[in-house]
Design a protein around this ligand. Sequence first.
Ligand SMILES: Cc1cc2nc3c(=O)[nH]c(=O)nc-3n(C[C@H](O)[C@H](O)[C@H](O)COP(=O)(O)OP(=O)(O)OC[C@H]3O[C@@H](n4cnc5c(N)ncnc54)[C@H](O)[C@@H]3O)c2cc1C
Length: 418
Amino acid sequence: MTTVAAPPEQEDPALASFRAEARAWLDVNAERRRPDANEFKRRFTATTVAPDEEKLHLERARSWQRKLYDAGFGGIAVPAEYGGRGESAAEQRVFQQEVARYEIDTGIFSVGLGMVVPTILAYGTEEQKKRFIPPLLSGDELWCQLFSEPGAGSDLAGLTTRAEHDGDEWVVNGQKVWNSFAHVADWGILITRTDWDVPKHRGITYFLVDMSTPGIEARPLRQITGVAHFNETFLTDVRIPHENVLGEVNGGWGVAQATLMSERVLIGGGGSGMGFRDYLELARHFGQTDDPVMRQRLAATYTRFQTMRWLGERARAATKAGKAPGPESSVLKLAISEHVYENGNLALAIEGPAGMLYKTDAYEDGFWQQQFLGQWGIRIGGGTEQVQRNILGERMLGLPSEPRPDKTDAFRDVPKNV
Ligand SMILES: Cc1cc2nc3c(=O)[nH]c(=O)nc-3n(C[C@H](O)[C@H](O)[C@H](O)COP(=O)(O)OP(=O)(O)OC[C@H]3O[C@@H](n4cnc5c(N)ncnc54)[C@H](O)[C@@H]3O)c2cc1C
């Protein structure tokens, strides 16, 4: 797969030296990703994943994360006192570019590394940082996100999973949904309603929950691609110690915002791992590169890839300058949504009638069809396009919002979706 790295002549000498160190380590310890038969393509071609196959993948991902951690690459931008390397987001990005060239897939840890770590760093107590970050970086503890509910997705603050205080513990009851990897995760970040008599954003508490606690049941759900990577998760009388509250009781909405902004940056920066050259190669294979209309589409695609690259650079520059991701993260999330939509359509347009084939009948075992179908996961997960537009309209452009009694009335009195 193609990744976009800054040309060496433009690279800051410290970054270039870090890149050389990372490349040297990877060359010795990992296999180069081959553009034809490779683990990455095979996984993204899968229309089902058998439980033993999933177990094997998980073990491989854990052992890779451990190896990266032992070599000092587990948490590149995480402070050294919590098991990281203490570098900046720029080094982290360089490592992502380099590691993408090798047969290493630790994507299952992305919720933990990309969302949980920044949230615990921002809101955790010293004990929480020391307890939770190192085993997350080393791959010993896999994390999932328990936010969405059947009646609260875009309107996440409308959640109704309740937590009630009982001595030194909280007792949680409710249902979450679309929780990626919850069926295999060791820990979860969980938001719950703890006060029903205040406006909805002010009665939410954020917990760190051990997924092996009695009363938690994750049931896998199948996606359009055929793979079941996410779940509906039922919580029945789940007891969580008070020390696992992250941030303040009833202050969980602010903590959740930190997670959601990191999630948008994570999704915006990730994409499908495909580069412009992959689409160009596909067009060459199907003999489409002389078609003037297709050439225009390919030129537009090249421009889009470059724009995505610079949007990502802007977000990283902001992080480097010490700014937490703000509403601009919605620009990135919206841009990646449109990007995967255009790319999915382009792949099938290039294939023409062959685009109607599926699985092993299709070119490259249906890899491109899965790219097309996978676009909705990226466009909906982390907040839909409509929701990102609302955020941009209200928080960046200062447009008036809809009349919203749910922002001021006690949550108990607000009409619910359920
Ligand atoms: C692949 C994938 C992985 C996911 N992983 C996780 C996870 O690990 N943990 C987790 O907690 N959640 C996860 N989610 C859930 C995701 O965050 C929600 O699906 C998303 O926030 C949308 O919520 P919803 O599905 O309830 O849709 P709804 O909120 O019901 O929206 C339905 C439609 O209405 C539109 N809409 C809703 N409100 C407005 C509005 N105010 N203005 C305009 N349009 C509006 C939406 O844009 C959408 O088109 C995942 C989702 C996907 C697809």
